[in-house]
Design a binder for this molecule. Structure first.
Ligand SMILES: Nc1ncnc2c1ncn2[C@@H]1O[C@H](COP(=O)(O)OP(=O)(O)O)[C@@H](O)[C@H]1O
Ligand SMILES: [Mg+2]
Length: 407
């Protein structure tokens, strides 16, 4: 059996089970393969959730490990297990011993679920070797767009080709912040039945920015609001499918605030997306940001790190003021088990750069620019050389933990 088919069991397992005599443990396991964890999109046996099974005198005992103890799906999973097993004439009673996965087991399950989601995702026009980073937060105004344009500019300055997709469809700000207001053009492409959108391009150092935004389709924000619910709901999907991205080292996606449809749609279309979660140091903001992390968990996206923005304000005398509190970024990073990639101070040059279309990293003045550059460097250091890896399934196998492969 090939690797893929091991991960994607399609066989109708239940047909193997004899209905006339006492079931073997394997029979019971086969019956349990019909119980799907709807959140993880796979059956509880292949997900490693169903552990030890015993059968004596009509009684089945199943050791079930949940991803988290308080899993809201527990009742549904119990009902499904009972109805599947009790359908067997030789099984009269079912007892479930509930437990919780270890962090390692949870990681393996998430990797497997992410892998499944990847296999089921539709093709997009984003090249397979592009590292995709979505900049997300629980709420607006924390600096997602500022982080997006500064990281994009810093990566481009380091010689990378960087796509920027403004997925904040109704609150777009990328065209202004990158000084790129031009309307998008489309053109016919060989082998495509419809024209492709050509991203707007800006040369930065030895690198390149390729940018698309609904702000490049509509006149202004009030027009965008008027179109709400019409064609714009499809904009992100279209930007992923119908933009002629060409070569891209990175694709940075400026997400709308919150955890709604755009986020789930992105997770479905581009499940290899990594999230960068932006928060302010205030504990209240950090709590809101947890929602973004929770969305990531539900949609199997990996969180690549947390960025704390508006960390401190330094006055002309060099005194630091924690205007929006302290510690939110680190607390959030610890809570979701990822790194705090940097703390960006409050500096008027960040806001001014956004207004003038010249991200502050390009003038490299002040501490905020230094932090953005350092985060970009960490991202580059953390990104494998994808050109070497593309099209090589053996390498893909390398990055799937053995625990997931060797069942
Ligand atoms: N580190 C910072 N220092 C000063 N102003 C900032 C900083 N980060 C963001 N801002 C300003 O705060 C406002 C909100 O930032 P923005 O990037 O638009 O947030 P979001 O995209 O999350 O809504 C903007 O006016 C922006 O210029
Ligand atoms: Mg924004």
């Amino acid at each position: 059996m090939s690797f893929i088919s091991v991960l994607h069991p399609t066989a109708p397992y239940t047909t193997y089970v004899s209905q006339t005599q006492a079931p073997s443990i394997n029979d019971i396991r086969s019956l349990l393969r019909a119980v799907i964890d709807p959140e993880l999109g796979d059956n509880i046996v292949d997900l490693g959730m169903a552990g030890d099974i015993t059968f004596t005198d009509g009684l089945v005992t199943v050791a079930m490990k949940l991803t988290i103890k308080g899993c809201p799906l527990r009742v549904q999973i119990r009902n499904d297990i009972e109805s599947r097993l009790l359908a067997h004439p030789a099984i009269t009673k079912v007892t479930i011993d509930w437990g919780e996965m270890t962090p390692d087991e949870r990681t393996a399950v998430m990797t497997r679920a992410r892998w499944n989601a990847k296999e089921q995702a539709s093709d997009t026009a984003v090249p397979a070797n592009t590292r995709i980073l979505a900049i997300a937060s629980g709420k607006g105004g924390v600096g997602k767009s500022s982080v997006t344009v500064n990281l994009a500019a810093a990566l481009a300055q380091a010689g990378k080709t960087v796509g920027v997709l403004d997925a904040d469809i109704w609150g777009f700000s990328i065209p202004r912040m990158l000084g790129m207001p031009d309307r998008l053009q489309a053109r016919a492409v060989d082998g495509r039945d419809k024209p492709m959108i050509v991203p707007n391009v800006r040369v930065v150092g030895s690198g390149l920015l390729k940018v698309v935004s609904t702000g490049m389709l509509v006149e202004d924000e009030s027009t965008a609001l008027m179109w709400r619910g019409l064609m714009l709901t499809k904009a992100v999907e279209q930007f992923l499918h119908d933009v002629e991205w060409g070569e891209l080292d990175y694709l940075l996606i400026d997400m709308p605030p919150g955890t709604g449809d755009v986020q789930m749609g992105l997770a479905r279309m581009l499940p290899r997306t990594d999230l960068l979660i932006v928060t302010t140091p205030a504990v209240s903001a950090q709590k809101v940001a947890i929602r973004a992390a929770d969305m990531a968990r539900r949609s199997f996206l990996r969180v690549a790190g947390v960025i704390e923005n508006m960390s401190t304000f330094e006055c002309d005398h060099g005194t630091q003021y924690a205007l929006f509190g302290t510690g939110g970024g680190q607390t959030l990073a610890d809570e979701i088990g990822v790194k705090l990639l940097g703390q960006v101070p409050i500096e008027s040059t960040v806001a001014a750069g956004g207004d003038s279309g010249e991200p502050v990293v390009l003038s490299n003045t002040g501490k905020a620019a230094g932090v953005f550059l350092a985060i970009a460097k960490r991202i580059i250091d953390d990104t494998p050389d994808m050109t070497e890896m593309s099209g090589c399934s053996a390498r893909t196998e390398d990055i799937v933990p053995v625990s997931v492969r060797s069942r």
